[in-house]
Write a protein that binds this ligand. Sequence first.
Ligand code: HEC
Length: 726
Amino acid sequence: MARLRKLDLGRLSILVVLLIGTAAILTKDQWDWIFEPDEAETQGVSAETLTIDDDAVERLYRISPNNGSAVSYAVEESLAGSDKVSTGVTQVVAGDIIINTADPAASQVGEVVVNVEMFDSDSSLRDKRLRHDFLESTHWPFARFSVTAIDGLDVDFADGETYDVSLTGDLTVKETTSEEIFSGTVTVTGEQLVASVSAEILSSTYGVGPINIARLAHTKDEVTLSFDLVADRVAVGTEADDGELETDIPEFAVAGGAFADTVQPILEENCVSCHISGGPGWDTLAFDTAADAAEVAEDIALVTEIRFMPPWLPGGDSPEFEHDWSLSDDEIATIGAWAADGGGLDVAPDTELVARGQAIIPIEEDQVVAPRDGAYTTEVDEAGQPTRADEYRCQVHEVDDPEGDGTWIKGYEFRPDQKSIVHHSIIYLAPAEALDEIARKSAEDERPGWTCFGTSNLSTSGVGNMGGWAPGQAPTVFPDGYGLFIPSGHMVINQIHFHHDHEALEDNSLIILDEATPEQIDGITGIAGSSYLTPAEVPCTPEEQAIAAEREATVDGYVNLCVRANVIEEIREKYDNFATFIPNALLLQCGGTVDDYDDLEGSVGYSSCDLRAKNPGTIYTVLGHMHEFGDAYRMTLNPDTPEEMVLLDIPNWDFEWQLNYDLVEDVEITRADTIRFECWWDRTRLYMPEPRYITWNEGTVDEMCFSSVTVLPEPGDHGSVTPLGS
Ligand code: HEC
C-alpha cells in the first residue's frame, strides 16, 4: 500500500497534464507516466457527528480519513487454481466516538461510515470487479456500522490501558442491514483512541459473494472484516472533517516497457474487438488505450496464461476447429514477459488501441427478423433498477414466408442490439403447434416473451435447436451446396441471456436470415442436426447431506432437497409432470440407475452415456451444453475402439461461452457409430444456500448434459432438424 498523503485532486490533474506534457519532449527511455486513478466515483466519506453533554467526564474522538484508520476485508480465494487469502483495504472511513471516563460503559459510538469504493487490493482487476459486479460500490459506495451495544467497558477507566471489547450493531452493505458482533481491543489516551475489532461475516448475507467467476476466481462465503481505527481527540465544537478525501494514488509508473511491437499487436488482434467501447467485454474491462492495458498488465498475463481469455474452451484432446482464436504459447509468453518486466509502455498512454481481429464477413441480409412482440425491457423496481441481474428470456421471431412453402437459408446471424447486456443467445425452431404453449407462457407476465433458462422451455414436440451466439462469434454460413430448411409455419425462438447491471435498456436484437436463391435451392442439401440428451445427476456431498438432515430435524417444515424425490416433486410444482419424467427417462435410455451417480469426487459429479449416432453424414459442428455447475465436457466418437476419436474436449467448462465448434477435418459418421457424452459438474461452482440434489431440468439450480451434432448429409439427402424434446 502506498503512503497516505493529503491530496488536492484538482491540483493532481494539472500535475498529470504537466508530467505528460513534459514527458512527451523527453526521449523514449525517460518516459515515466503517472496515471490518475479514475475508477472510484465517490472518493470521500462523511459521518454524523456526536456532541458532548458533560466535558468533565466525556471525551470526543473522531475517526477521519486522515489519521491512519483502515478497514479491511480478508477472504480465502482460489484464483486460477491456486489458493490464497486476498485482502483489500480502505482508509476512507469516518465516525465519532465518545468515551465517558467516569462510566466507560456509557460511552457511545456514532455511526461508522466506510467508503468501500476505495477498497484497494493487490489486483486492480479485483478492485474493478468489486466495484462493478459484486460490491457494486459505484452505486452503493458506503458501508455503515451502527453500534447498538458495547460490552467490555464495564471497567474502572485508566488512560493507556487496553480493554477487550465487543461491539454489537447493524452492518449495512449495499441494500442489506444485518446484525454483526465485532470483537477486539480498544486503548484510549488523552489524545487518541485506537481500536482494532473484527468479525467474520458471510458475504452472501449482503449479496456480495461468494464470488464465482468460472475458471478464474472463487471465494469462500466467510469474509473477515476488520476495523483498525485511529480516532483523534477533538475539542468540543470542532467542525467535522469535511470528508475531503485523502488517499493514496496508485502510481502505474510505466517507463520503457516493450509494448508497441510486441504486446500491442497481440491485444489488437485478439482482445480489443471485445474490450473496446460498446463491446461485450468492455463493461468488465476496457482496452481503449495503451494505459488501460498497462494498468492491468499482471491481470492480462494471468488470464492469458490460464487461457481464460480470449474465451476459447476446447483444449485437451480436442481436434482442430475453424476460427480458433486462442493465443499461441509464444504470444502468451510475450505477454507474460512484458508484465513481469513491469508492464511498461513505449507509447504514449493515451495511444488508442484498434481492433484488428479477423474481419467478420457479413452475411447476405435477405430477411431481418425482429421479435414479434416488440423490443424487450426487463422488470424494474421503484428506483428504476432491474429487479434481477441475470435473466433468460425467449421471444418469437416470425419468419416471412409469403408463398407458404417454407424457407431455405444459407446462413444466419444473431445481431445483438444492447451489446452491454446481451450475453448470449440460443436459437430454436418451433412448429406452429407450439403457438398455444407460447401464448400460455407469454401470459405469465406483461413483458414480451417468456422466461426460459437453459432451453426454450417449450415442451411441444418438434422444437429443435438451430444454433447459438456468444459475443465475438461470426455469422453462420453453411458450406456450398448446403442449407437449413425452415418449414412453413415454423418460427424462430430466440433465447437471450441478459446480464443487467444498473440499466434496464430496451433491447431489440435481431436475427438476420440469408435466404437461398433459386439457383442455390436447386440441388441443395439440408444440414441435419441431432440433439443428444444424457443424464445429469449430482447428489449432495456427505457434508451437505448432514447439513440438510440436521435442518430437517430442527427446522419446522424444512424440505430436505438432498433427497432426489423431493427435488422431483419441486420440479413438478414449478413446471409440470412432463418435466419430472425427463430425468428418469434419460437414466433408462443410458441403461443406468440413480445409484450409479452416488460417488462424487469431492464436490464433482460425473455422467457418461453411449448413444448411437442419429444422423449420418460429415460432421459439421459439435456443441456441448450444461448450466452453471458445468465443470468439464467431452464427446468421443467410437470410444474404446481402435477408431476412437475425441470430437470435443472442454477440460474447463465456462457457462458464458457455449459455441458450436466447426471441425477442420472431415469426419464421417453412420448410424452404426457410437458417441460417448461425458459431463462433469462441480457443486461448488454456484453458491447454494440450501444443499440440493441436482438433476436434469430447466432451472438455474438444475443441470443438463446436452449435446448437439450437426452433419452435412450425402448430397441429395434432405436432412432434418430432429426435435430437441424440450
Ligand atoms: C469474444 C470476446 C472477448 C475476447 C476476444 C476477449 N475478451 Fe476478455 N472478456 C470478455 C468478456 C465478455 C469478459 C467478462 C467476462 C465475465 O463477465 O465473466 C471478459 C473479461 C476479461 C477480463 C476480466 C476477468 C474478470 O472476470 O475479472 C480480462 C482481464 C480480459 N477479459 C482480458 C482479455 C484479454 C487480454 C484478451 C485477449 C488476449 C481478451 N480478454 C479477449 C470478452 C472477450
